[in-house]
Design a protein around this ligand. Structure first.
Ligand code: 3DU
Length: 199
């Protein structure tokens, strides 16, 4: 199993074709607003038959609303979900939650992510950009294997396949680089996540 999560940023029929082809070969799939707006929440259950699904709605609301959304996604079959960390101490937390603490593009997170990391502990793990291996290294050094690190930003956004894993990530999140050419999967031949953790 390649240590990547394939971001299904495509229309439903293409996403389904790709997920069927990659089932069992990758650590999981990421579904976002795009597919859910096209087909409804039931696609989470449908795709979960093909592998673990992280739902990426980048949740950022008051806790009682965020929790309702999270519950619906988990009962629909998601293994886990992505929420914005910047709302801390009012951000969504829990064993199914990956907190976004830094992005692949410049954002205000660049000024606060280390502080966030100090405080935002009761989560499954962190979403950390693959194009910033130094941040990944620092987080892994500080957290050991107690937290998962998943990293988007491979290919078009500047990260090279495998670099985030070498820096300490568990899984790389990949969209276009794989969606446009499935044979690019071979870039991860022999690659392993730093702590051998699943999605
Ligand atoms: O650049 P790609 O085609 O590999 O797509 C990256 C995916 O990762 C995409 O689904 C996007 O929503 C997500 N993502 C980022 O690109 C950057 C972040 O900081 C967090 C998530």
């Amino acid at each position: 199993v390649y240590p990547i999560v394939v971001a299904l940023d495509a229309d439903y029929s293409k996403a389904l074709e790709i997920a069927r082809e990659l089932a069992g070969l990758v650590a999981g799939f990421k579904i976002g607003w795009d597919l859910i707006l096209e087909r409804g929440i039931s696609i989470v259950g449908e795709f979960s038959k093909l592998g673990p699904i992280v739902v990426d709605l980048k949740i950022a609301d008051v806790p009682h609303i965020s929790e309702r959304i999270a519950k619906k996604l988990i009962s629909a079959g998601a293994c886990c979900i992505i929420a914005h960390g910047f709302l801390y101490p009012s951000s969504l937390r829990g064993d199914e939650v990956y907190a976004l603490i830094k992005m692949t593009v410049p954002t205000f997170y660049d000024r606060i992510w280390q502080e966030l990391l100090d405080s935002l502990k009761d989560v499954r793990g962190y979403v950390v950009p693959a194009n910033d291996p130094r941040a990944i290294e620092e987080i892994r050094r500080r957290e050991g294997c107690s937290k998962r690190i998943i990293s988007p930003g491979i290919g078009a956004q500047g990260g090279k396949p495998g670099d985030a894993l070498k820096a300490g990530a568990d899984l790389e999140i990949v969209g276009r680089y794989v969606l446009e050419n499935l044979s690019n999967l071979s870039s991860w031949e022999g690659a392993r996540g730093a702590c051998h953790q699943s999605l």
